[in-house]
Design a protein around this ligand. Structure first.
Ligand SMILES: [Zn+2]
Length: 65
């Protein structure tokens, strides 16, 4: 059984890709897997299901050649 922080606190996850698959993980926040697309301007996206915040990892190569 996983002990989680208060559900009001959103988790921030660093990712290296603009496309992120989120299923909320195990437990109460779990949800069907959805694909999220990180915004170019803000370099982050918030999952509408579990409110997790995905942030583009600093130094990640995006749209490069
Ligand atoms: Zn989610």
């Amino acid at each position: 059984m996983l002990e989680r922080a208060t559900s009001a606190v959103t988790e921030t996850v660093e990712v290296e890709s603009l496309d992120v698959a989120c299923d909320g993980g195990d437990g109460a926040l779990g949800h069907p897997r959805v694909w999220l697309h990180i915004e170019h301007q803000t370099h982050d996206v918030v999952c509408p299901y579990c409110s997790r915040r995905y942030v583009l990892k600093e130094g990640a190569v995006v749209g490069g050649h």
